[in-house]
Design a binder for this molecule. Sequence first.
Ligand SMILES: NC(=O)c1ccc[n+]([C@@H]2O[C@H](COP(=O)([O-])OP(=O)(O)OC[C@H]3O[C@@H](n4cnc5c(N)ncnc54)[C@H](OP(=O)(O)O)[C@@H]3O)[C@@H](O)[C@H]2O)c1
Length: 271
Amino acid sequence: MLGTDLVKACDAAGFQAIGLDLPQLDVRDFNSVREAMPQADWAVNCAAYTRVDDAESNRHEAFAVNGEGAHSLARVCVRRGIKLLHISTDYVFDGRKSRPYVEMDRPDPLGVYGASKLAGEKAVRAEGGHFLILRTQSLFGVRGPNFVRAIVQKAARNEEEIRVVEDQVSSPTYTVHLADAITRLIRLDKQGVVHVSASGACSWFEFARAIVERVRPEAKVVAINSSELKRPAPRPAYSVLDNSLYNAWTGHPMPAWSEGLDAYLKEEGYA
Ligand SMILES: NC(=O)c1ccc[n+]([C@@H]2O[C@H](COP(=O)([O-])OP(=O)(O)OC[C@H]3O[C@@H](n4cnc5c(N)ncnc54)[C@H](OP(=O)(O)O)[C@@H]3O)[C@@H](O)[C@H]2O)c1
């Protein structure tokens, strides 16, 4: 989802970008990374095991991709002098804070997915070299199954009521906006850790209401508690990321989640 939009954003920014995916590059296999990776100024690691619930029962696979996979990429990048921008997640935090998370906050993941992504961050840091770890959250874009499309489809099916959790708050981020942010950071040659998500925050319930208002206002959205869903993986209750560092670096605040939603609906042809 993100990788495809990133290649487009790089083209628009005047970078020559090459998108690599399975099967030509498998991050679980060091030799595959070494052989498939071309010489470049930067590599952006958008590869991940992203099935948060499945990760609870597939710990080995989640760590192989998100932890050891990140390590293999970092090793190849350091050996070749390639700068590495590694994408990570708000799920490295436990969500018990009540103010947006800053880069220096202590990670403490609740589930296997978050733990595996944190292992990836640690591997990238340990390898050294020029790296930038970018944590983002709640992505939606046309190339992936995503929350917005799921709600639009439920509304279109005339489901009696659409039940959505209201006790999880984040900043839903449009992949096109994030991809543009990544090109800005690359241009500035930044390193370290940075948080980048849409401006503003909302619960999934509020987000679903905003979606429905735009595509089928008569559909009914009902707020529920996450305990009612009985999903295998725990999720952080409040994982809003503080974008201050990104804003200071780029002088270009991220668009609001509602702007991302409008742009996405237009791109999908829903609005
Ligand atoms: N989606 C979110 O809400 C969210 C939130 C915060 C952070 N992130 C992070 O953002 C990044 C991009 O996520 P996304 O939402 O764009 O996810 P995505 O659509 O699932 O993309 C991940 C890509 O990685 C590929 N992949 C899986 N295993 C691989 C392997 N062994 N070697 C090479 N490629 C492999 C997948 O291929 P297949 O499709 O063939 O498996 C897929 O193309 C990830 O680092 C993710 O952790 C995502």
